[in-house]
Design a protein around this ligand. Structure first.
Ligand code: NAI
Length: 513
């Protein structure tokens, strides 16, 4: 069936309950798609505020030439306040965006069932509650589905369509087709703690907190490495300051509690302390960073470097990091290539130092195992051909002059070298490996498909590359090794390797095969 056959027609009336941040945004999206919208809130003033906010936003679009003035008026005219729930009787779809409280939502939907037609679809915008639980009390639980928009709803492209145990698959498809007609990108997910995006994104923050706790670098340097090397639009600390640490911690706690205390999702004590101190981020003026007027902006650390060399030796293959060699050559550095051991990781000899990509083992341990004291590890990067920065960790045995030579030589090829402490998996690598692991579990547990994961992370949180695409680009066997090394190093359940990574890693097959 095509989208147009299953989607609600524009002539259908849509009800939105809760006129706060999300409800107002959803009402705007539905009205722009041509639906008559009835907006209800327990607080009548909230409806007025919600409508005023929509009007301001739409008039702003007109001023910028992004919306026709006539269409703006027609859209606004389509949104009518509902004085009582009974005003939603003729709605073909009702989307709830009220307070995040299970009992309050259950009660609302039970009342609503007695008001709307038997064929009306009921949707909840909950971000953390079980769709199964919200629908459990209904006479027709099969018509309740999760329709999880992202904030701000008019601008964020993703909508997660979440099915509880009793949700009818045709209802989920209908709601997905409708959201697509509204210009959204939809992904299907089974009701599970955090659905796709909020669950999959946990390691992005958790691994950053681990690096913070271990003093791998100061937050501004960690943010810069994650942004510049990982390609993420924002570093984890600046992003959490924007979201608010109270909100971010609440999501982490809800996933942790809903998974019966799975240590993988354990909140970070450092974040709990920030929240206790009222340092919630931008909204309170201070979080990880000081956002108050006049506060100095910290700069990421860059290793000064000294005594660059004009000639280096490349032993074996650097694999995905090969563009580092190309960049060094383009900078006029003479590269002598020597064959390495088949199947073994290659490296660069830069002066007395050996430079290698991290595999999750700390440099200090690897220097002992490799029998090479001046070992320096570099972090994972999205694209070594363009990254302006490299995260580097010297082994404890590495001489400081050797490390400075590495940094100065790489600087000639345009790499700002940020020094990281010798932590297992550095920062980008540990984040990506944990994301791939989480994504693999989501597929293994039937929560969603591999394609849905990459779409969800790209459209929901603007990741430059989804975890599945990372696995394909770098190889599952590599991530399997990194995770095994992290697990061995920390001895923690947190780094248990997903069954699917293990299986697919053995045969070097991807997730999508
Ligand atoms: P909000 O606090 O801005 O708005 C909630 C509105 O619901 C308020 O106007 C309140 O008066 C009204 N309300 C509360 N109880 C009600 C009831 N029993 N009947 C009718 N109206 C009632 O909240 P927000 O941020 O818009 O969140 C709403 C829902 O959307 C929650 O379930 C939340 O988890 C979810 N969500 C929030 C996101 C966000 O970034 N804020 C993102 C995605 C989902």
């Amino acid at each position: 069936m095509s989208v147009s056959e299953t989607a609600l027609p524009a002539s259908a009336t849509v009800g939105v309950i809760g006129a706060g941040t999300m409800g107002a945004g959803i009402a705007q999206v539905a009205a722009r798609a041509g639906h008559r919208v009835r907006l209800f809130d327990a607080d009548a003033k909230a409806v007025e505020r919600g409508r005023a906010g929509i009007e301001k936003e739409l008039r702003g679009l007109v001023a910028k030439g992004k919306l026709d003035a006539g269409e703006c008026e027609r859209t606004l005219a389509r949104i009518a306040p509902a004085a009582a729930l009974s005003d939603l009787a003729d709605c073909a779809l009702v989307i709830e965006a009220i307070v995040e409280d299970l009992e309050v939502k259950q009660k609302l939907f039970r009342t609503l069932e007695g008001i709307v037609r038997a064929d009306a679809v009921l949707a909840t915008n909950t971000s953390s509650l079980s769709i199964t639980a919200i629908g459990a009390m209904l006479a027709q639980p099969q018509r309740l589905v999760g329709m999880h928009f992202f904030n701000p709803a008019p601008r964020m492209k993703l909508v997660e369509i979440v099915s509880g145990v009793q949700t009818d698959a045709r209802i989920a498809e209908r709601v997905a087709a409708t959201a697509q007609r509204w210009g959204k990108h939809t992904v299907f997910a089974r009701s599970t703690p955090g659905f796709i995006v909020n669950r999959l994104a946990r390691p992005f923050y958790a691994e950053a907190w681990r690096a913070y706790t271990e003093s791998v670098a100061d937050p501004v340097t960690l943010d810069a490495v994650v942004r510049d090397c990982g390609g993420f639009p924002m570093g984890p600390f600046e992003l959490m300051d924007l979201i608010g640490h109270d909100v971010n911690l609440a999501v982490t706690r809800s996933v942790f509690d809903a998974t019966f205390g799975d240590r993988r999702y354990a909140p970070a004590l450092a974040q709990v302390e920030l929240v206790r101190a009222g340092r919630l981020g931008r909204k309170t003026g201070q979080g990880i960073y000081d956002h108050r007027d006049g506060a100095a902006k910290p700069e990421p650390q860059v290793e000064p470097g000294a005594d660059p060399v004009a000639r280096i030796v490349a032993v074996g293959s650097l694999g995905l990091a090969t563009p580092i060699i190309t960049r060094l050559e383009a900078a006029g550095i003479d590269v002598v290539r020597v064959q390495g051991q088949a199947g073994a990781a290659g490296w660069l000899e830069i002066g007395p130092a050996r430079l290698m990509l991290s595999d999750g083992r700390p440099a200090t341990r690897r220097a002992v195992e490799e029998g090479h004291r001046h070992l320096v590890l570099f972090d994972l990067a999205l694209d070594y051909a363009t990254t302006p920065r490299l995260g580097l960790a010297p082994a404890d045995q590495c001489g400081s002059a050797a490390f400075r030579t590495v940094c100065a030589t790489l600087a000639r090829a345009g790499f700002a070298c940020s020094r990281l402490d010798d932590a297992a998996g550095l920062i980008v690598l540990r984040i990506i490996a944990a994301l791939v692991n989480e994504a693999s579990d989501a597929v293994a547990y039937g929560i969603c498909t591999a394609d849905a994961i990459d779409d969800a992370m790209r459209y929901g949180v603007n990741y430059p590359r989804g975890p599945m695409a990372w696995a394909e680009a770098v190889g599952l066997d590599y991530f399997a090794r990194v995770l095994a090394n992290l697990r061995e190093h920390y001895g923690e359940e947190r780094y248990r390797t997903s069954v699917l990574i293990q299986r697919r890693g053995w045969t070097q097959r991807g997730f999508r095969e």
